[in-house]
Write a protein that binds this ligand. Structure first.
Ligand code: WQD
Length: 351
């Protein structure tokens, strides 16, 4: 079986991607220092797939430790790189921590990719690189705008570093620009585990619904959208995960393809914050306690994807709709509540 290295494999999108890779016949190893994740999620992956995945608890900013993983796994044919800090607000307060962590780790990984001549490299990018688009939906050809945050800047710089690295050696690269990943695996064995109070909308909704948060604040209702709240492109995390498997298969099936390619991963549907809340209330059968507050600095008014390129070239199909996203997110939040600390970080066992 072809072996794929997933960095950030204990994280939200990383864990869901490992499940999809295994279900599609790949062997997987993970590198995750668990600074913002729990190895316990690997028990959830095993519950779904029956496979025990090895995680190397390595800081990717340490080149020697990272290189040692490649020495132990010389049969890695592809790398999917998720590991990065991703909180927009935090990045504004700690920009150097974000540039150091997100860029040093990427550069070390790219050096190993070239040293060990790894054929494929898939990079976790983000719709953040588009900034505030002049025209929506955005295609991969839409010009990027200045990043709204240091987090977004690390994704833009990461893409630039990869573009230059792609000119050297034989590795081929794909950049996947996620829109807003939400929801949980349909088995409800894995899902999102935000550290502290979630910045993202959907976990904030579900934590409000279970009472972890008293009241949700909608950051602004005076935008130039159909209901005044911001518009986003929500996409189920399992759809995002499968796109990574398809990206690896695309690279393997087209040896003469371009050295670098880019794909938008969004549903293609613009949904406003108020519409997302209404979808949750419908699915959960309960009203959500929320109020409208001030706009959040750095928020983009409206963005959603033209996903035709991924659909036509990767053979990607968006399988989950907004109700599925809310239903799985809600079921996961309830599981977290009823099972306490689902993954005890001490013994990293599924309780
Ligand atoms: C969505 C909308 C908020 C919380 C970011 C990153 C992106 C990706 C996803 C990593 C906005 C509103 C939110 C709340 C609210 N990250 N909101 N009340 O900012 O679109 O994207 O996360 O891959 O790269 O930029 O996501 O979920 O934070 O916000 O009203 O309590 O929900 O104002 O309009 P965002 P988000």
């Amino acid at each position: 079986m072809a072996k794929i290295l997933v960095t950030g494999g204990c994280g939200y999108i990383g864990s869901h991607t490992i499940v999809d890779l295994i279900e599609n016949g790949y062997d997987v190893v993970s590198i995750d220092d668990n600074s913002r994740s729990s190895e316990g999620i690997l028990n959830g992956i095993e519950a779904i797939t029956g496979k025990s995945v090895k995680n190397y608890k390595v800081d990717l900013c340490n080149y020697d430790e990272t290189m040692a993983v490649f020495q132990e796994n010389t049969d890695i044919v592809g790398i999917i790189h998720f590991a990065a800090y991703k909180a927009v607000g935090e990045s504004v307060h700690f920009p150097l921590m974000y540039f150091e962590n997100n860029l040093f780790s990427l550069i070390n990984l790219l050096k190993c990719t070239q040293d060990f001549e790894v054929p494929y490299f898939v990079f976790s990018s983000s719709c953040t690189v588009y900034g505030t688009p002049q025209i929506i939906p955005v295609t991969e050809a839409t010009a990027t705008q200045p990043a709204e945050s240091p987090y977004g800047a690390t994704k833009q710089m990461g893409e630039q570093i990869i573009q230059d690295a792609a000119r050297v050696g034989n590795t081929r690269y794909i950049l996947l620009r996620y829109f807003n990943p939400v929801g949980a695996h349909p088995s409800i064995s894995i899902g999102e585990m935000p550290l502290g109070r979630p910045a993202n909308l959907v976990p904030a909704i579900t934590q409000t619904a279970v009472g972890k948060i008293d009241k949700l604040t909608v950051f602004g209702s005076d935008y130039d959208t159909r209901d005044g709240s911001c518009m986003r492109d929500f996409i189920h995390v399992s759809d995002i995960a499968h796109a990574h498997t398809l990206a690896v298969e695309f690279l393997a099936s087209k040896p003469e393809g371009p050295k670098l390619d880019t794909f938008n991963l969004g549903s293609g549907n613009g949904v406003t914050v108020f519409e997302a809340i209404k979808a949750f209330e419908k699915v959960s059968g309960q009203p959500l306690n929320y109020e409208v507050g001030e706009r959040r600095t750095g928020d983009v008014e409206a963005i959603y994807a033209d996903n035709k390129k991924a659909v036509e070239e990767l053979g990607w199909q968006v399988r989950y709709n907004l109700d599925d996203m809310m239903r799985t997110a809600w079921a996961w939040e309830q599981k977290l509540l009823h099972q306490g600390a689902l993954f005890d970080s001490q013994n990293s066992k599924l309780n």
